[in-house]
Design a protein around this ligand. Structure first.
Ligand code: MG
Length: 160
């Protein structure tokens, strides 16, 4: 019998020096970068936490600690790939992923399809199994003041 497992993830990073953001493995030009040990890809970090959560495997900090120099400036796609290997070993595969970016800036419309395609390719699923939503914080709080950006992810896994 197919077993279904759901997981959720959240991540947030402050903006810092730089001229672009990594979002879903896609470089998006922006007036600022993010402060992070890795490349600070909030979408992929939220996604990894959702994948790990669905599998009952803890969280991103447990598997890829920022105290470990091997993850310094790491391409966050490596976190996703390593996580998928853990899931595959346990006979789990991705049914679908639903991602939400929460940021005052940048506007995502021009990058939405590219990011969706990139995340789907990374997960090894068709693009119709990945959804990307973007919402603004309506100028409220730290995110609304443009001090950083956040992302949420929900994934469904099934036993292979
Ligand atoms: Mg993060």
């Amino acid at each position: 019998m197919t077993q279904l497992r759901v997981g959720s993830g959240f991540d947030i990073h402050a903006f810092g020096p730089g001229d672009s953001l990594m979002l879903g493995g896609v470089r998006v030009p922006h007036g600022r970068g993010v402060l992070a040990h890795s490349d600070g890809d909030v979408l992929l970090h939220a996604l990894v936490d959702a994948l790990l959560g669905a599998a009952g495997l803890g969280d991103i900090g447990l598997h890829f600690p920022d105290s470990d120099s091997q993850w310094k400036n790491a391409d966050s796609r490596r976190f996703v790939t390593a996580t998928l290997e853990m899931l595959t070993k346990r006979g789990l595969r991705v049914v679908n992923a639903d991602l939400t970016l929460l940021a005052q800036e940048p506007k995502m419309a021009a990058y939405r399809q590219q990011i969706r395609d990139a995340v789907a390719a990374l997960l090894g699923v068709t693009a119709d199994r990945v959804n990307l939503k973007a919402t603004t914080p309506e100028s409220l709080g730290a995110l609304g003041r443009g001090e950083g950006l956040a992302a949420m992810a929900t994934v469904l896994l099934e036993s292979a």
